[in-house]
Design a protein around this ligand. Structure first.
Ligand code: HEM
Length: 491
């Protein structure tokens, strides 16, 4: 253990990378013993102050190199050599299998190629109607609470709306979570997210056998609930497969149809596009498809919930930004707040895009990402030994004063290309960048624009309730909830 660590520390030292004093066996466990979900960002900032924008940490015998300098972030994210995810992602495998988020190597390459057309703009365009319908349900529910004086924790409300959206777009089924938050599928998903979130921050639960041993009840509960989710998804896949095969038999679909052709004829769920795809002539099995569908459910639910909640919160706290947004919405959509939005309308909401980007900068839903270096890696003058994890803490990069003027201030105008400062693209990566960037980025932008503009058309957002206090729970959330007030808007 001593020599293993020394050898790697020596390599890093030559690249001027240091870190806390390393102890045999435990590594830097003492340094990390007080890190919690709530103080993780402050602890990382403190380490950045002490050891610089690139430093290393030993978690027992696992080396992590933390990279916050854009010069090297570009090298990490753009590299084709390090597309393997770090070992932390293994916690997700019982649930997601080896879908796009957790797979690597040839499997990831093949799947990424197959799945890319799934997010074709023709497919996304037909989802606008779903975004609109589900945000209408959200708005209807909110009218009951919109008295202009009661603080509302918007997070759980947005979470149910985002769940309805992702279930219908990914699987083509309506679970109506907003109307029935207690149905089995919704409850099972909440349990799974909670237990996995806890595992991420509890080092002793990271390894499967230790988790089974030290948290038996959670282990059993996790697996029972994963079974419920998988059973539900399997049944949906089988039904859609049967329907598709029937359609192919009676000629409603032609085998040679492109995604674009089919999407224009009939609304397709992401799952249908996967059913139509084939790898070297052989279609994806139900199990392959399940891996990807549950991955969409995971990657597309909490992320958009977190983002939309913080966006609404920030707008409620910045009345001038709200006024500008309303002016833009009126300009693009007129005064009829029930008018349905089109793809083109959403493209025209340019200031809204700046607001969303600025909210993602201050509260990135995915606060950090990790890769595993499988062979010695050289990025410019930085040498990283094989076996190390590399992590990029977006949360800190996005608030780094070297990359942003007044980094803690909410200033959407900084993203206006006409007046804003020039931002290094690798200092703004809430959707990551390079080969493993977010495949759902455009989907997410449309969903956020659609839902946020719907809320704004119906309500004035008021600065009520406590300030947010961020914490990292796989996803960035607020331990105080995300509160605001709502008052029906008069046009
Ligand atoms: C605001 C919303 C979202 C944010 C901030 C976000 C952010 C990210 C980030 C940072 C990654 C890279 C993760 C890593 O390297 O570990 C990622 C990957 C991914 N995202 Fe998103 N995401 C969002 C919404 C979505 C949506 C709506 C979907 C699907 C419908 C989606 C599907 C995926 C998938 C499948 C990957 C893995 C891609 C790969 O490794 O090839 N995301 N996302």
């Amino acid at each position: 253990d001593y020599f293993y660590k020394k050898e790697r520390d020596d390599i890093l030292r030559k690249s001027n990378v240091s870190g806390p004093k390393t102890f045999p066996i435990i590594g830097n466990a003492l340094e990390m013993r007080n890190v919690t979900t709530e103080n993780v960002f402050e602890c990382s900032l403190e380490r950045k102050r002490k050891y610089g924008k690139i430093h290393r940490l030993w978690s027992l015998n696992q080396l992590s190199v933390i990279v916050m300098d854009v010069k090297y972030i570009e090298g990490v994210l753009s590299s084709q050599q390090i597309i393997k995810k770090s070992s932390f992602y293994d916690i997700l495998v019982d649930w997601l299998g080896r879908g796009l988020v957790t797979s690597s190597g040839k499997k990831w390459h093949t799947r990424r190629r197959i799945i890319t057309p799934t997010f074709h703009f023709k497919i996304l365009e037909q989802f606008i109607e779903i975004f609109d319908q589900q945000s209408t349900v959200l708005v209807k529910k909110m009218y009951n609470k919109a008295d202009g004086k009661t603080p509302i924790n918007i997070y759980p409300e947005v979470s149910l709306a985002a769940l309805d959206i992702i279930t219908e777009t990914a699987m083509g089924v309506k679970v109506s979570a907003q109307e029935n938050p207690n149905i089995e599928y919704v409850r099972a998903l909440a349990h799974v997210c909670k237990i996995i979130g806890k595992r991420f921050i509890t080092p002793i639960q990271r390894l499967n056998w230790l988790f089974r041993l030290t948290a038996r009840r959670d282990y059993l509960k996790l697996h029972d609930n994963i079974n419920i989710l998988h059973k539900f998804t399997d049944e949906v896949i089988q039904k859609r497969r049967d329907a598709l095969e029937k359609a192919l038999r009676d000629g409603t679909y032609e085998k040679s149809s492109t995604v674009e052709d089919v999407a224009t004829k009939k609304r397709m769920a992401l799952l249908d596009v996967l059913l139509l795809s084939s790898v070297n002539g052989s279609p994806l099995s139900n199990e392959d498809i399940r891996e990807e569908v549950v991955t969409f459910m995971f990657a597309g639910h909490d992320t958009t919930t977190s983002a939309m909640s913080f966006i609404l919160y920030l707008i409620s706290r910045y009345p001038l930004v709200q006024e500008k947004l309303i002016a833009e919405i009126q300009n693009v959509l007129g005064n009829d707040n029930n008018k349905s939005l089109t793809y083109n309308n959403l493209q025209e909401l340019k200031y809204m895009e700046c607001v969303i980007k600025e909210a993602l900068r201050l509260y990135p839903p995915v606060a950090s990402i990790g890769r595993q270096v499988t062979e010695d890696l050289v990025i410019e003058d930085l040498n990283i030994p094989a076996g190390a994890n590399v992590s990029v803490p977006f949360y800190l990069v996005l608030r780094d004063p070297d990359y942003y003027d007044e980094p803690d201030i909410f200033k959407p105008e900084r993203f206006d290309s006409a007046v804003g400062q020039k931002i290094n693209p690798f200092a703004f990566t809430p959707f990551s960048a390079g080969p493993r960037n977010c495949i759902g980025k455009k989907f997410a932008m449309l969903e956020m624009k659609s839902t946020v503009s719907k809320m704004l058309r119906h309500f004035e957002l008021l600065p009520l309730g406590p300030q947010v206090r961020t914490a990292s729970h796989i996803i960035t959330l607020s331990v105080t909830g995300v509160h605001l007030g709502l008052k029906p808007r008069e046009w």
